[in-house]
Design a protein around this ligand. Structure first.
Ligand SMILES: [Zn+2]
Ligand SMILES: [Zn+2]
Length: 137
């Protein structure tokens, strides 16, 4: 049996999570909200079935608006501020997790760049992965 276990948490250790399901999406996101939250040109995220992700420790959150105009709830550690998860209202079965929060970040492999419409000229990807202007369908 090939058990998948993705574990990680915030920088200070107050929030920890683990997930027993494989990611369904792994992407470099260039949207402005990820840029603001990370302070970097892009944020690498993976999506897993929400029911498979178990976390402990208190997060805080704020809402931004997705493409549809519906809220995206962005969770971070209230102690250290590390960005951790996003809940996209229109994709209620998925939880988007910041890949850099993994204990072992090489356990996920990004397959695409998304929201390239807002990519920064100083943050151009160095790889040949497919590019999408927004979120692919
Ligand atoms: Zn923390
Ligand atoms: Zn984003």
């Amino acid at each position: 049996m090939n058990e998948i276990r993705l574990a990680g948490g915030c920088a200070c250790g107050a929030v920890r999570y683990d997930c027993a399901a494989a990611p369904v999406i792994v992407a470099h996101c260039h949207c402005r909200d990820c840029q603001r939250a990370s302070g970097a040109a892009m944020s690498t995220v993976f999506a897993v079935p929400r029911a498979a992700l178990h976390s402990r420790g208190q997060t805080r959150s704020y809402a931004t608006r997705g493409d549809s105009g519906n809220p995206v709830l962005r969770h971070f550690c209230g102690e250290c501020g590390s960005p951790l998860y996003s809940e996209v209202t229109v994709l209620p079965d998925l939880q988007f997790v910041r890949a850099a929060s993994l204990d072992n970040p090489v356990s996920v492999s990004p397959t695409m760049h998304i929201y390239c419409d807002s990519a920064q000229p100083w943050g151009r990807p160095l790889d040949d992965l497919p590019h999408f202007a927004k979120m692919p369908g």
